[in-house]
Design a protein around this ligand. Structure first.
Ligand code: GRG
Length: 307
């Protein structure tokens, strides 16, 4: 008999795996409410939006939202809203990234990609609509302070746009077949993967009491290191894990001649870099003491993840 999921909880009392499961359960329920019903017109688009976002995934960014929210005693409904918005932006990026005009992939989270299951035009509209819905959620919910809410919307917009994730994707597409040096690779990933991870951490903290300047800076440092760590581990997994474990096509970076930390540094030095980044990330959290327990656990999860 399988155990019922633990009660949604953001306290530090739950063991990490149970806390993770409780946040994932809470997030799935929130996404289910925010996404238009599958039968609402245009039904095919709404079904495809749900297909692309209610399909598992590790939910690392929502977990970061909740973990950072614990630093500022953020109310759970605000964290649910922000975590949903961030995950919808992430889901949109995956749908567009898988399109034939970008990475041209057929497998995502162990299932056919959105354009394979539906069609390219629908997948394009799914991405567009998930992105709009994300901003709608942050604009419509009550965050207690309208100036702060505008700041949150701007943060999300900058993290997603041409000076954030979309810009990183543009550099990624331009870099195929080229060799980048380490600062160039770092800039690409700070934008493509890092910007949204940073936004998850900062937005989570903005859902509660204002942090002091030193705390904000420390959290920002953590977020940037954690984003880079996520990408270095992603590069390592792409060439060491199987397609079945990853739920997406393995070995894609080498096959498409993409510059990665492994192609630049080799596997061993990429692993050393991941260990250094983890240390740097954890070092940034000392100012928070016990309140940063979940962020520490998440940095370890990101380092040790198998998919
Ligand atoms: C199309 C604007 C636009 C951007 C795409 C994020 C991105 C940019 C592309 C995704 C491709 C990719 C493999 C990026 C590397 C890191 C990454 C974001 C991996 C996928 O994120 P996970 O591992 O996925 O959190 P799950 O499925 O667990 O949510």
């Amino acid at each position: 008999m399988s155990m019922p999921p633990p009660q949604p909880d953001n306290s530090s009392a739950l063991p990490f795996p149970d806390w993770m499961r409780s946040v994932q359960t809470r997030l799935d329920a929130a996404l289910g409410r925010y996404l238009p019903p599958a039968e609402a017109i245009p039904a095919r688009l709404h079904q495809a939006m749900r297909y692309a976002s209610l399909n598992g995934g590790k939910r690392v960014r929502p977990l970061l939202v909740f973990a950072a929210g614990a630093l500022s005693d953020a109310p759970l409904p605000r964290l649910e809203a922000v975590a949903s918005a961030i995950e919808l932006i992430h889901s949109y990026s995956l749908v567009h990234d898988d399109l034939p005009c970008m990475d041209n992939d057929v497998l995502r989270r162990g299932r056919p990609t959105c354009h394979v299951e539906y069609d390219e035009a629908t997948a394009l509209l799914v991405g567009d609509s998930l992105q709009s819905l994300a901003f709608d959620i942050v604009a419509r919910e009550d965050f207690g302070d309208s100036r702060r809410q505008l700041e949150m919307l701007r943060l999300l917009a900058r993290a997603s746009g041409s000076c954030g994730m979309a810009g990183g994707q543009a550099i990624d597409l331009e870099s195929v077949g080229k060799s980048l040096n380490q600062p160039e690779l770092e800039l690409m990933h700070a934008l493509k993967t890092g910007a949204l991870i940073r936004a998850a951490v900062l937005l989570g903290s903005l859902c509660g009491m204002a942090l002091g300047a030193a705390e904000h800076e420390a959290l920002d440092r953590f977020a940037k290191r954690a984003g880079l760590l996520f990408q270095v581990v992603d590069d390592i997994l792409d060439c060491t894990a199987s397609t079945a474990t990853l739920g997406k096509t393995a070995g894609k970076d080498a096959a498409t001649a993409k510059p990665t930390y492994v192609s630049l540094l080799g596997l061993e030095r990429a692993r050393e870099l991941a260990a250094d980044l983890r240390q740097q990330a954890l070092g940034s959290l000392t100012i928070f003491g016990q309140a940063s327990q979940r962020l520490i656990e998440l940095a370890d999860f990101i380092t040790q993840r198998k998919f």
